[in-house]
Design a protein around this ligand. Structure first.
Ligand SMILES: Nc1ncnc2c1ncn2[C@@H]1O[C@H](COP(=O)(O)OP(=O)(O)OP(=O)(O)O)[C@@H](O)[C@H]1O
Ligand SMILES: [Mg+2]
Length: 212
């Protein structure tokens, strides 16, 4: 995936998030304050507008633009968390013009580290981390086996979906859902769901871009 594909990848992510606005909001209505889909689609609509008006110079600056736009428009807990994730991706992409499996792994790790250092959530707290950590582990494992970027992404997606299912089985320990305690069991986490949606959009884009 070259830097010219960057805008296409971000369009794919944005349209997936916007398409799932109601799902994300409905999930957040049950264990939160019914704004996750609204927050996320506002952010990614702004990202699309921004990328239409300013063609990014390179991968690093494009990712930084996405990060700053999300931080300033998403709001809630997820805005700064996803913003930080993209900011860390941007730093990890310094000097790069092509997204190889190696760079993707580095960006993925950096993004999760950013989310964890800001939000202090760990696996099992019923947050986006429950989708992202297993996804990263699956990505890394596939890479060790010599998998292509697409194969690594596909493994990551499968693990993220399992992580989303896992969030149904545990009580929330972070964010607004934690006020519900045990009553949050049985409901899937909205942030874990949006993370899985973003990973799937990137994977589908990677598959299509590879065929062109
Ligand atoms: N400390 C945290 N670390 C990682 N993810 C978190 C954290 N707190 C919340 N989240 C994620 O953010 C999602 C909620 O995002 P939303 O856009 O609804 O913001 P919010 O309403 O301000 O959230 P909240 O009230 O849960 O903090 C949760 O489903 C969870 O996955
Ligand atoms: Mg909310």
């Amino acid at each position: 995936m070259g830097s010219s594909c960057f805008t296409g990848a971000m369009e794919a992510v944005s349209s997936a998030v916007i398409k799932n606005k109601d799902l994300l909001t409905d999930l957040d209505r049950v264990i939160g304050d019914a704004d996750h889909g609204i927050n996320m689609s506002r952010g990614f609509e702004a990202v699309m507008k921004k990328l239409e008006s300013t063609q990014p110079q390179d991968l690093q600056s494009g990712l930084k633009t996405v990060a700053m736009t999300l931080i300033s428009t998403v709001g809630g807990a997820s805005g700064p968390l996803y913003g930080t994730a993209f900011l860390r991706c941007s730093k990890a992409a310094e000097g790069a013009s092509t997204v190889t499996a190696e760079l993707a792994e580095k960006m993925f790790r950096a993004a999760i580290d950013g989310i964890e250092s800001l939000g202090k959530a760990s696996k099992g707290d019923k947050t986006m981390i429950d989708a992202l950590e297993p996804a990263y582990a699956a990505f890394s494992e596939k890479m060790k086996q010599g998998g292509s970027l697409l194969e690594c992404m596909e493994s990551a997606c499968g693990a993220a979906n399992k992580g989303v299912e896992y969030t149904k089985t545990i009580p929330a320990k972070k964010g607004r859902a934690s006020y519900l305690g045990e009553r949050s069991i049985g409901h899937q986490d909205p942030g874990a769901t949006s993370s899985a949606i973003i990973l799937k959009a990137l994977t589908d884009y990677c598959r299509t871009a590879g065929k062109e």
